[in-house]
Design a protein around this ligand. Structure first.
Ligand SMILES: Nc1ncnc2c1ncn2[C@@H]1O[C@H](COP(=O)(O)OP(=O)(O)OP(=O)(O)O)[C@@H](O)[C@H]1O
Length: 711
């Protein structure tokens, strides 16, 4: 038989999708499986555990096939192996060629040897061709080993020695044990050998790690040790190979991050797959070659920029991602070096005034739930709920003032869902004239009405089939169309205007409104049945003024607006003003304001009061006065409650103190807040109620209040 045709075990596996022979038998049910799978034994056979007892019948299959290949190589089992002295010049050139492997393997071999010392065995490193490059071993066994040529420079390929752990593991691409008489050559029957192939970060077998010993000293844990050590070598090699890569470390259980069994995958700064270690391949359920066609976002459903954003600036906390196969894993990202487009993450508070550390050329903004989860507790809770519903096609209704990011959130839900490959079709029910909305939504046949386009139009609902339909400003949908929409949602069929036929549609529906749907129902403007059809989950986005991550989102917006120019900082005065303002237009307003300011800043790259529009400054000024009046009222309420003769603020204004009344009123208001906080033991809602001010006003004054009152 031609040895090239000699069968591999992997040939027998119908779902062996990998170039790494025989490795991919099944996809993981859970990434946690790898905790065990990564170290499990593939024992060919020995006298303690009978061949085949270790699952899948594979052990039985190795030996006959390997023996068949050995015969095909022209070997006879009784042959005396070639124990001639090793060819030193060949060894030298093989060592040079395998310098990278040797460098990473040598320290691991030492550690492994430490584990097996005094067990009459030795540790061997071989090249991909099966030549022994390095050996460490017990003296008593070494002598015997030398007799069977377990020394550097000797060839242990299947072609040279027939079935043996090194040769067979390299041929099958699988870790395995060959025990006693399972060696093809009788001369090797006194051995027990466990070997794992070593893969380089490009997915190629570059060598093998082996523990060989006297068969009487067999221990069933040896293969697991060898396998783990090979993985250790592979993980070491991984680190320095992709200098500009983004490295992702992941595992189903966060406590396994940073351990030997974590998955490691590398991506280019624009998200292309570079490499993955064994655990990563196992967890992703794809072999190396199949992964090459993937990107970070096709595997993790997120743009790589959001990962950079999350992980930049120190040791990031692990984040939970859902992989393409539905398995959820904890991830930590490491940047080998800052990609030119990475925007540094700033923290909340004063850091918001800091400019980026380097020119921030960001990729276009992406939409994903992860991207939007920037630290505000209410937003995080919304995102948590949406993640739980992901993939269930439960209708979602997003509430929130104008500009709070309802549209962006809907896009994020879509791009994190299994429908992300399908269309995301947005219809703004408020911006389409009543007369056209029906045609726009349901489509029309050619000539269905005057002004209709020549060839007709499929309509937004049909366009969204296979993806997500986003009905923005659903509260503005004309009532007569609400019934029609309800029918589409119930029956999942659409009938274009002027056509008698009904077409099946398959879509997820997200709706949004800045209005209060319940009040609209009460007022008779919104059909209750449609509301209940749309509100599988209702989530509310907070107003910008109420967000506790204001500083972070502001900083991120500024960074994205700098777009490759020098970074821009923002003065403390402006930040304070932003904190005081109530932002009726929310993100949209902040975005517009900052866009102008970033263009207007001079060479000192600092946004100051003068870079803000006059009407905005006027409004802030008005709000400041209103704030003072509110605070004065709060003080008065408190003093009246304490039976003072006259309201404290009025008493004060009537006195002849020289300091500014505005400043002093603020002090009084602060005192009132502090006192009330003490009385209500820090319960902000109770204080807000008692003083007649918003909770947010209290939060905004946090930095001016005595420490410990508001923690
Ligand atoms: N979390 C965020 N970070 C930065 N920008 C945001 C964020 N959310 C929204 N934006 C920006 O604010 C603007 C308004 O967002 P979006 O259209 O999603 O709001 P909306 O609530 O749907 O508004 P409307 O109710 O008026 O339709 C967009 O430019 C969007 O990119």
């Amino acid at each position: 038989m031609d040895h090239n045709k000699a069968p591999l075990l992997s040939d027998l596996h119908t779902n062996a999708a990998s170039s790494r022979a025989g490795r991919w038998r099944t996809s993981p049910q859970s990434a946690g499986d790898y905790l065990y799978a990564g170290v499990q034994s593939k024992e060919v056979g020995h006298s303690v555990t009978p061949p085949g007892a270790n699952g899948e019948g594979r052990a039985d299959a190795y030996i006959p096939l390997a023996h068949e290949r050995s015969r095909a190589h022209g070997l006879g089992s009784g042959d005396i192996p070639d124990f001639a002295s090793p060819n030193t010049s060949l060894l030298r050139s093989e060592l040079e060629a395998n310098h990278f492997l040797f460098q990473h393997a040598a320290p691991v071999m030492e550690t492994l040897y430490g584990q097996i010392a005094n067990t009459h065995s030795m540790v061997l490193l071989t090249s991909a061709s099966g030549m022994i490059l390095h050996s460490l071993g017990d003296n008593d066994f070494l002598e015997k080993a030398q007799r069977v040529a377990l020394t550097p420079g000797m060839d242990w390929s299947e072609r040279g020695k027939g079935t043996n752990a090194v040769g067979t593991a390299l041929t099958e691409g699988e870790a395995l044990t060959v025990h006693g008489d399972q060696h093809y050559l009788e001369a090797n029957h006194f051995l027990t050998c466990s070997c794992a192939p070593i893969y380089d970060p490009h997915g190629q077998v570059i060598g093998a790690l082996d523990v060989s010993g006297d068969r009487r000293g067999y221990h069933q844990h040896t293969l697991a040790l060898v396998r783990m050590s090979a993985q250790m070598i592979e993980n070491h090699m991984f680190a320095g190979v992709f200098p500009r890569a983004i490295r992702l470390h992941f595992h189903a259980r966060p406590e396994f991050l940073g351990t030997l069994v974590e998955g490691i995958a590398a991506f280019t700064p624009d998200g292309r797959f570079l490499s993955a270690n064994r655990s990563a391949q196992f967890q992703l359920g794809l072999p190396f070659n199949a992964l090459k066609a993937h990107t970070f976002s096709s595997l993790f459903g997120l743009p790589i920029s959001s990962l950079v954003e999350e992980s930049w600036g120190g040791l990031p906390t692990p984040q939970q991602f859902c992989m393409h196969n539905g398995v959820s894993v904890w991830c930590r990202a490491q940047l080998e070096r800052e990609p030119t487009w990475a925007a540094p993450r700033s923290s909340a508070g004063t850091a918001a005034t800091r400019p980026s550390a380097s020119p921030a050329v960001r990729k276009p903004r992406f939409s994903s739930l992860q991207y939007l989860d920037t630290g505000d507790a209410q937003v995080s809770a919304v995102i948590r709920k949406l993640r739980l519903l992901s993939g269930r096609d439960i209708p979602i209704m997003i509430l929130g003032e104008t500009g709070t990011g309802k549209d962006l959130l809907a896009q994020a839900v879509h791009s994190d869902s299994e429908r992300r490959g399908g269309p995301f079709v947005s219809v703004n029910c408020a911006s389409i004239p009543d007369t056209l909305i029906e045609a726009e939504l349901f489509g029309y046949e050619e000539g269905a009405f005057t002004g209709a386009r020549k060839k007709g139009s499929p309509g937004k609902i049909l366009q969204a089939s296979g993806g997500t339909l986003f009905l923005d400003e659903i509260g503005d949908m004309p009532k007569h169309l609400q019934a029609r929409l309800l029918r589409v949602l119930q029956e999942r069929k659409v009938s274009p205007l002027g056509s008698g036929k009904e077409i099946d549609v398959d879509l997820a529906v997200i709706s949004a409104t800045h209005k209060n749907p319940k009040s609209m129902i009460l007022a008779g403007d919104f059909r209750e049945d449609l509301y209940y059809r749309l509100n599988g989950l209702v989530v509310k986005l907070p107003a910008l003024r109420d967000r506790t991550d204001f500083d972070f989102v502001m900083r991120r917006l500024i960074d994205s607006l700098c777009e490759g120019n020098d970074p821009v900082a923002i003065s403390g005065d402006v930040v304070d003003m932003f904190h005081r303002y109530h932002w009726p237009g929310n993100f949209r307003q902040l975005h517009n304001l900052l866009r102008t300011a970033v263009v207007m800043v001079g060479e000192d790259r600092l946004i100051e009061r003068g870079h803000l529009p006059d009407d905005f400054l006027e409004e802030v000024g008005f709000e400041d006065v209103r704030d003072v009046i509110l605070q004065a009222q709060a003080v008065d309420r408190l003093s009246l409650a304490q039976n003072h003769d006259a309201p404290a603020s009025l008493q004060f204004i009537g006195s002849n103190e020289s300091s500014s009344p505005v400043q002093s009123l603020q002090d009084l208001a602060l005192q009132a807040m502090a006192q009330s906080l003490r009385e209500h033991k820090g319960n902000i809602s109770a204080v807000a109620k008692a003083l007649g001010i918003s909770r947010n006003t209290i939060y905004r004054k946090k930095h001016l209040l005595p420490p410990g009152l508001l923690d």
